[in-house]
Design a protein around this ligand. Structure first.
Ligand code: ZN
Length: 314
């Protein structure tokens, strides 16, 4: 019966909720503070292979106690906890595209958030087949969900409301933020999106994965912060050395992504205030220093450049 309750309608998925009566959220944000667009990088490495120092792509924007998560790479729930963001604050999830370094922990974020007390609705936004992925994920985990409801008294049902996106333009707006999407170019994955978040005091753009994109330049016009993916071309040969698919992997990286130099060009063309390099490839090559990343982008962008680090707040 509990499993059959999981499907509420064709787009909404009931996952149950924690009924930890009286459980209090710890103070967040700090007393007297309100958030008007805090950005925390949760995962700054490109590619799905688990690493020691950089998680896969994810970031969170915090506005007035509400968490807007963009991409759900491996470990996103843990990274949110490490960043001090209570999982019950999760309200919206945006997926730029369906590569596993951006979506592997999409369902896990909601499921584990539920075990941590998430009881309110989550809206998920991203390309098809997000609806099917959501449905199958919760079917796959129906046994655990039913067991915890029966065994731990978790009763209140939050919903996952899925919104599949197929084109650029306005995505959603609430009391905190207006979100706009642009189609970016990340073959062979179609569609792939960049997202812009305009809150009262700040505008933040997340590129997703893309080659240098005119659509993204338009989306990011005048933004306060542009988080742009980047690879460091001289480091690619070392990265692919020794893997059996080296030739294909190198070709894939070079043709579907953006060099740090071009990320600087995009930032300059968009007139953003600050450029953040993230989704770094290679992610953990000690021979590629922060200064090398900065120098590459600096050749074309005059503003502040930040080399992304996991859990860095911007
Ligand atoms: Zn990708």
């Amino acid at each position: 019966m509990l499993i059959s309750q999981m499907l509420v309608d064709r787009r909404r998925f009931l996952i149950g909720a924690a009924a930890i009566v009286g459980a209090a959220l710890w103070p967040w944000p700090a007393l007297g503070q309100r958030d008007n667009g805090r950005l925390i990088l949760l995962g700054t490495g490109g590619g799905p292979r688990p690493r020691k120092t950089r998680s896969a792509s994810a970031q969170v924007i915090l506005i007035n106690d509400t968490a807007y998560v963009v991409d759900c790479g491996d470990g996103v729930a843990r990274q949110l906890v490490s960043a001090g963001v209570p999982l019950p604050r999760l309200r919206h999830i945006f997926l730029t595209h369906h590569h596993s370094d951006h979506n592997a922990d999409y369902g896990n974020l909601i499921l584990l958030g539920w075990t941590a007390g998430l009881r309110t609705r989550v809206d998920a936004w991203g390309p098809p087949p997000l609806e099917k992925m959501t449905k199958l994920f919760f079917e796959m985990n129906a046994s655990d969900i039913a067991t915890r409801i029966a065994d731990e008294g978790r009763v209140t049902p939050p919903l996952v409301d899925v919104h599949e996106l197929s084109k650029g333009g306005p995505v959603m707006q609430d009391e905190n933020v207006k979100v706009t999407a642009a189609l970016v170019h990340h073959p062979p994955v179609v569609p792939a999106f960049g997202f812009r978040f305009d809150s009262r005091d700040r505008s933040i753009v997340i590129s997703g994965d893309t080659t240098p994109s005119d659509n993204l330049i338009k989306l990011a016009q005048g933004a306060d912060v542009l988080v742009h993916e980047a690879f460091y071309a001289p480091g690619i040969d070392r990265l692919v050395a020794g893997v059996p698919n080296a030739t294909s992997l190198k070709q894939s990286i070079m043709s579907h992504h953006t060099t740090a130099e071009d990320a600087g060009r995009v930032a300059q063309a968009a007139g953003v205030k600050t450029l953040v390099l993230s989704h770094l490839v290679p992610a953990e090559d000690p021979a590629v220093t922060d200064q090398m990343w900065i120098d590459a982008a600096r050749a074309h962008f005059g503003g502040p450049i930040i080399v992304g680090k996991d859990l860095l707040e911007i």
